[in-house]
Write a protein that binds this ligand. Structure first.
Ligand SMILES: C[S@@+](CC[C@H](N)C(=O)[O-])C[C@H]1O[C@@H](n2cnc3c(N)ncnc32)[C@H](O)[C@@H]1O
Length: 169
């Protein structure tokens, strides 16, 4: 049976940079260490990784220190960016096309990190995107959503779990 589904979201500017998300990578590695270590399926999503595969690769490298068999999945809504990233896939890093519905074939991520994605949407769309993404998390999982400047010197984020009250205005 084929499941019908809709990719939620739109392709936006793909600006990214190597090591751009180091601050939030380190925060995730520290804050989510025990959830990652105790998970039977340590999946982490880098949602909306942009025009190159740098940020999912950096995230995988930092989380592998905590959990060597971590599985980082880069999800992008732009099919050309997904094709381009495939050259960087390996045992613990993979890529797939998708939107806020976070398609993972029924795997539930311990962490979804979405950076510099929602800032390109209208504020009225943020609440629904948060709700959709948090609904995909494993029990005790966390959505880390935020933004930073071009080189990642300044970064801001919020962390939400499945029980968070996500309201859009
Ligand atoms: C500015 S880039 C951010 C790249 C990277 N996360 C970073 O911070 O350097 C935003 C990316 O998010 C993607 N995007 C936008 N909406 C999306 C959605 N609903 N689902 C998946 N990717 C999305 C865009 O196609 C774009 O490549």
């Amino acid at each position: 049976m084929t499941r019908a589904f809709r990719r939620v979201g739109t392709i936006t500017r793909g600006t990214t940079h190597p090591n751009r998300l180091r601050r939030v990578d380190r925060w995730i590695a520290h804050t989510c260490a025990s959830a990652l270590r105790s998970s039977s399926d340590p999946v982490v999503v880098d949602h909306g990784y942009g025009a190159a595969a740098w940020t999912p690769r950096d995230l995988r490298d930092r989380l592998a220190v905590v959990r060597p068999d971590v599985s980082v999945v880069g999800i992008e809504i732009d099919p050309e960016r997904v094709s381009a990233a495939m050259d960087y896939a390996d045992e613990t890093l993979s890529f797939r096309r998708g939107g806020f519905e976070v398609p993972l074939d029924f795997r539930a991520p311990v962490v979804i990190r979405a950076f510099n994605v929602l800032r390109q949407y209208d504020e009225s769309e943020v609440g629904a995107a948060w709700r959709t993404m948090t609904s995909r998390l494993a029990p005790g999982g966390v959505l880390v959503e935020g933004t930073c400047d071009e080189l990642g010197r300044h970064a801001w984020w919020v962390a939400m779990d499945t029980g968070s009250e996500c309201r859009g205005r």
